[in-house]
Design a protein around this ligand. Structure first.
Ligand code: ATP
Ligand code: MG
Length: 243
């Protein structure tokens, strides 16, 4: 469904993504893991066209993503979250979700407020996430964990087929972690395809069908979670002996 072919990206001489290739299968959850600075977010940014690639190709079904402008990516049914939460604290939770409807981030809110359609979609998402009670609260009054959950909600607003999540469970408490895991599995059961960057190994091992491991810009292993867990190259990358 998504195929990364020999993608490289450097920043002023620093090779952040170095000839990476992997594919993810439709209807599965794949985890992209690796030590800090491995290049995971950069690769995400290449897939969602925040950054142009230096070389290589990115295929989504028959489309060459690397040749498309960023605004076309969402229209193809690809949604993403960012490593750091992005919210407008003076707006309500419903209004924040409404910023992420198909029209693009915030393009319409100031002109026309929350339309009945946007509100209905936001209500559906909040119900799915189990946070309907938060609808009218100011975003600024929410906890960090609630904001993390709303990051996922924001991605879901446009009903993407392919969901890219950069550390959806970073820093959340155990109860919320379990909630997030449950939602990811529910999304997969709805037929969604998910690629997530995640440091929490309980999440990675608990939900992933496939794991892709990056270290120092390169893909060093791909496989089932159980195989990855015992892969000596992966253990070495995490212990930092080969960097
Ligand atoms: N916009 C940028 N300009 C310059 N260097 C960058 C930029 N973005 C990332 N880098 C560098 O590229 C490398 C890969 O960074 P990246 O953020 O992709 O790592 P990561 O695997 O997501 O790490 P983490 O787990 O800490 O989020 C790092 O050395 C980082 O400093
Ligand atoms: Mg990152």
């Amino acid at each position: 469904m998504l195929k990364i072919n020999n993608v490289s990206k450097s920043f002023a001489g620093l090779l952040a993504v170095d000839q990476c290739s992997f594919a993810i299968r439709e209807g599965t959850i794949s985890a992209l893991i690796g030590p800090n600075g491995a290049g995971k977010s950069t690769l995400f940014n290449c897939i969602s066209r925040i950054y142009p690639v230096d070389s290589g190709e990115i295929y989504y079904a028959k489309n060459r993503l690397d040749l498309l402008p960023p605004h076309r990516i969402a229209r193809l049914g690809i949604g993403r979250s960012f490593q750091l939460t992005r919210t407008l604290d003076h707006l309500s939770v419903t209004e924040n979700l409404a910023l992420h409807t198909a029209g693009g981030f915030g393009s319409h809110l100031l002109q026309r407020g929350v339309t009945p359609n946007d509100k209905q979609r936001a209500d559906e998402i909040m119900e799915f996430l189990g946070i309907s009670a938060l609808a009218d609260l100011d975003m600024g009054s929410l906890s960090y964990g609630q904001k993390k959950l709303l990051d996922l909600g924001a991605v879901l607003m446009a009903d993407p087929d392919l969901i890219l999540l950069d550390e959806p469970a970073a820093g959340v408490n155990l109860r919320l972690l379990e909630n997030i895991i449950e939602k990811l599995v529910a999304l997969k059961e709805q037929g969604k395809t998910i690629l997530l960057v995640e440091h929490n190994m309980d999440v990675v091992m608990g939900v992933s069908d496939d794991v892709i491991v990056m270290s120092a810009g390169r893909i060093i292993a791909t496989g089932k979670p159980s195989a990855i867990q015992n892969n000596p190259d992966v253990l070495e990358a995490y212990l930092g002996r080969n960097t």
